[in-house]
Design a protein around this ligand. Structure first.
Ligand code: IPD
Ligand code: CA
Length: 276
C-alpha cells in the first residue's frame, strides 16, 4: 500500500459523505425546478443546453465537498476541474438529464462518484457512487465491494436474458454527425432485441440496469460525469461494464450488461458498427 493509498478513506465513509451531498443538492434542484427553469446557455451544439440550476447545483455540490474534504479534486460538468492533493477525486454531474429537467420529464438525477486516482475512467478506481432522482425520491448507491442498493434494498441485474428478450437502453450525443452514426448502429440492433429505451439520463440508465429495469445499456460519447457513479452501481449489482474492444469504458464507448448477455450484445453492436 502506498502512502497516498493509506490516506484514502474507506469506501463506506466516502459513500456517506456523497449521499448527504447528493440529497441536499437534489432537494435544492427540485425546489429551483418548481420555481421555473429556462435555458441559460448552449454548450457544444445549440441543443446541448445548461440551465442556471445546473450551475447553481454544481456550485453547491462543490462547496459541500470542499467543506467535508478540502484536499480532494473535483471534476464536474459545469465548471473547471479542481486539482486536489489527496488522491481522491469527486466526479460530479449536478443534473444528468438536463433536457428532461427543462421539459419537466421526471427522469433527471444528481450523480456523484468518488474515485481514487486520476479523473479518467480508464485509470481511476471507483470507490463510491450515488445517483438521486429528486422527483421520484429514489436514491441509488454503491460502494466498492459493498454492493449496490436502492432505498436500502440490494440490487442485482437480470440474469440469463438473451438479446432477443433484452430491453436495451441507449442515448444519443448532442452532435448531429455522431447521431448519424448512432442511428446506424441502432438500425442494426433494434430488430435483434426486445426493444430499445432512450430515457435521457445515462446515470439513471445505469441504475435502471442495476435494478433490473433494463437488461443492458450502451452509448457512444458519454463524459466521465455521466457514468462514473452509475457504472459503479451497475458493476456492484453484477453488470459487466466495458469500453472500446472490451477495454475500460471511455468517451468513445460504454456497454453495460449482465454477464449472460454482455458478449452476445457486444458482438451484435460490433456487427452494427459500434466500437464494442
Ligand atoms: C446527457 C444524458 C443523456 C445522454 C447524453 C448525456 P446531460 O447528459 O446522460 O442520457 O444520452 O449523452 O450528455 O447533458 O443531460 O447532463
Ligand atoms: Ca450528464
Amino acid at each position: 500500500m502506498t502512502a497516498s493509498e493509506a490516506s484514502i478513506p474507506a469506501p463506506a465513509d466516502l459513500l456517506e459523505i456523497a449521499r448527504d451531498i447528493a440529497v441536499r443538492a437534489g432537494s435544492a434542484a427540485l425546489e429551483a425546478r418548481r420555481a421555473g427553469v429556462e435555458v441559460a446557455a448552449t454548450k457544444s451544439t445549440p441543443v446541448d443546453i445548461v440551465t442556471a440550476v445546473d450551475r447553481d447545483t454544481e456550485a453547491l455540490i462543490r462547496e459541500l465537498i470542499l467543506e467535508a474534504r478540502p484536499d480532494d479534486g473535483i471534476l464536474g460538468e459545469e465548471d473547471a476541474a479542481r486539482v486536489g492533493t489527496s488522491g481522491v477525486e469527486w466526479i460530479v454531474d449536478p443534473i444528468d438529464g438536463t433536457v428532461n429537467f427543462l421539459y419537466g420529464i421526471p427522469a433527471w438525477a444528481v450523480s456523484i462518484a468518488v474515485v481514487a486516482g486520476p479523473p479518467n475512467p480508464g485509470e481511476w478506481t471507483a470507490l463510491a457512487g450515488v445517483v438521486v432522482n429528486p422527483v421520484t425520491g429514489e436514491l441509488f448507491e454503491a460502494s466498492r465491494g459493498g454492493g449496490a442498493r436502492l432505498a436500502g434494498r440490494e440490487l442485482a441485474v437480470n440474469e440469463e436474458v438473451p438479446l432477443s428478450h433484452a430491453l436495451v437502453g441507449t442515448g444519443f450525443a448532442y452532435s448531429a454527425e455522431r447521431r448519424r452514426e448512432q442511428a446506424q448502429v441502432l438500425t442494426g440492433l433494434l430488430p435483434l432485441a426486445r426493444d430499445i429505451r432512450r430515457i435521457g439520463s445515462a446515470a439513471l440508465d445505469l441504475c435502471g440496469l442495476a435494478a433490473g429495469r433494463l437488461d443492458a445499456f450502451y452509448e457512444v460519447g458519454l463524459n466521465p460525469w455521466d457514468h462514473a457513479a452509475g457504472a459503479l452501481i451497475a458493476r456492484e449489482a453484477g453488470a459487466i461494464v466495458t469500453g472500446v474492444d472490451g477495454g475500460p469504458e471511455s468517451v468513445e464507448f460504454l456497454l453495460a450488461a449482465a454477464p449472460g448477455l454482455h458478449e452476445e450484445l457486444r458482438a451484435a453492436l460490433r456487427a452494427a458498427g459500434a466500437p464494442a
